[in-house]
Design a protein around this ligand. Structure first.
Ligand code: NOJ
Length: 524
């Protein structure tokens, strides 16, 4: 970017992640939908966010709640169909809120017309060449082609029955067996993805979050994993399933389409922790933004947090890219729980919100984070995440962070739905956490978030770098270079002195120039 070009809208944007199943239900089926979001846009607007990131709403059998896409160019009737998305885009744009959609380039649903055709056509056909089919090993192909495991547990290969009824080839699925991986070496796959990109951009969406953006290119020969015992749902470096260098050609091709729509943003889900490797995705002709999970993986510990911040800034700086920050999403435990749960977990989550919102770059907030929601311990019989089944009931999966939003009233479903049977049960204890209650309470987590988000737009936060200030062990403090805001966090067990300056906002009570444990403050 030259000095004369204005900064793009996303470079300091606050993205609000809406998990459509769990935000608001307009038609009483117990599952959230797009008109439910439209009905609550004033709430989103009042938060002061710039954009919505919508988890997948395209046509899907919902085995992985939309990340198994059967038709990438239509909206699932469960969410209200295409017209409902048009209504959401129009209503959001009227309020100046951008809408970004989730797209899933790495795989489709097993119910996608392509996959059904691949099964019917048999080995060696053009239909099979859109996916990653291989013969098995051992005589008669009874063993999978390699030792890869699915991120959701179990083998990453499933054997099919051929049209003549004989046991046949195997297909690759890095996630559930109902999510076959596409073969991005086949030009047809990009041609179709380009159609999808243009379809939504022409309809007015402002960009995309690209699912598993480091996963589409597979290494030639599909070499074995060195560590097939890797923890489920854990994505790391040095894993042949992900981050093959050829993926960058795919990102360049995607970017060349997005460049026809200069306002649009491409944000990649990139679970890569080596800074140089991560930065490659952010080269000028690849993604605009890369999800950065360093802060999310840090424990509530000053040294770890500082390290995560330094690493994140260093990674983005390699390519002069915009840093991004996120504390939670629909795949990880909510931060209140991660930081210890209860009042301590909540205090720490609020403190970390101030740290995150003081940092330069783009920020992602997951719906419910602003209410201080914790993970919910759900009973076995309601669990829906495919991880639960695929792990043989050893991993509970991600449902606990996807429980519907509590809006109002004293009992479940708290205005989320007219239907008392919501797709996941809402705990009665959330009565004190509803939007209605928190709006009436000036010291609620919601009130705190709204204040913090509004302040973040001000000149004190301007700048693209931070300077660390000396701080006692267990604490950290930095100044936003240019704007001048100071952010201090006490992650230790003893009170620490507050840095100089006038207190602008704190995450908990602060008195007498002292910052209590589990508290952060902004000073000017
Ligand atoms: C990452 C998404 O965030 C997650 O929810 C999904 O299960 C996998 N990708 C597979 O699409």
């Amino acid at each position: 970017m030259t000095d004369s070009s204005p900064a793009p809208w996303w470079s300091r944007a606050i993205f609000y992640q809406v998990y459509p199943r769990s935000f608001a239900d307009s038609d009483g089926d117990g599952i959230g939908d797009l008109d439910g979001i439209v009905a609550h846009l004033d709430y989103v607007d009042a938060l002061g966010v710039d954009a919505i990131w919508l988890n997948p709403v395209t046509v899907s059998p919902m085995v992985d709640h939309g990340y198994d896409v059967a038709d990438p160019r239509d909206v699932d009737p469960l969410f209200g169909g295409l017209d409902a998305l048009d209504r959401l885009i129009a209503a959001a744009h009227r309020r100046g809120i951008k809408v970004t959609m989730d797209l899933v380039p790495n795989h489709t649903s097993s119910q996608h017309a392509w996959f059904k055709a691949a099964l019917a056509a048999g080995p060696g056909t053009a239909q099979r060449a859109r996916y990653i089919f291989r013969d098995g090993t051992r005589p008669r192909g009874t063993r999978p082609p390699n030792n890869w495991v699915s991120v959701f547990g179990g083998p990453a290969w499933t054997r099919v029955t051929e049209p003549d009824g004989t046991p046949g080839q195997w297909y690759l699925h890095l996630f559930d067996a109902e999510q076959p991986d596409l073969n991005w070496d086949n030009p047809e796959v990009f041609e179709d993805f380009e159609k999808t990109l243009r379809f939504w951009l022409d309809r007015g969406v402002d960009g995309f979050r690209l699912d598993v953006a480091h996963g589409m290119a597979k290494p030639p020969g599909l070499p074995d994993m060195k560590n097939p015992d890797i923890e489920m749902l854990k994505l790391d470096d040095d894993d042949p399933r992900f981050n093959h260098d050829n993926v960058h050609d795919i990102h360049r091709a995607i970017r060349s389409v997005l460049d026809d729509y200069p306002h649009a943003v491409a944000i990649g889900e990139v679970w890569v922790f080596n800074n140089e490797q991560f930065a490659k995705y952010l080269r000028a002709d690849e993604l605009h933004l890369g999800f950065n999970f360093r802060l999310l993986r840090a424990e509530f510990d000053a040294a770890e947090i500082r390290h995560a911040i330094n690493n994140s800034l260093a990674a983005a700086a390699i390519e002069g890219a915009t840093p991004t920050w996120t504390l939670s999403n629909h795949d990880v435990g909510r931060e209140v729980t991660r930081y210890g749960g209860g009042s301590v977990g909540l205090a720490r989550a609020r403190a970390m919100a101030l740290v995150m919102l003081a940092l330069p770059g783009a920020v992602f907030i997951y719906n419910g984070e602003e209410l201080g929601l914790a993970n919910v311990a759900l009973p076995d019989e309601v669990l829906q995440d495919p991880v639960w089944e695929r792990s043989g009931h050893t991993e509970r999966g991600r449902d606990g962070c996807r429980v519907p939003m509590p809006w109002r009233g004293d009992a479940p479903p708290f205005g989320f739905s007219a239907n008392p049977r919501t797709w996941l049960p809402i705990p009665p204890g959330w009565a004190s956490l509803t939007v209605e209650r928190q709006l009436a309470d000036p010291v609620s987590t919601l009130a705190f978030y709204r204040r913090a988000l509004r302040l973040r737009g001000g000149p004190r936060f301007a700048g693209s770098s931070i300077a660390w200030l000396p701080g006692p062990v267990g604490a950290l403090a930095f100044r936003v270079v240019d704007g001048g805001l100071v952010c201090a966090l006490n992650a230790g067990s003893k009170p620490t002195p507050l840095p100089e300056g006038q207190l602008l906002l704190s995450s908990g009570p602060v008195r007498g120039g002292v910052l209590p444990p589990d508290t952060a403050a902004w000073l000017v």
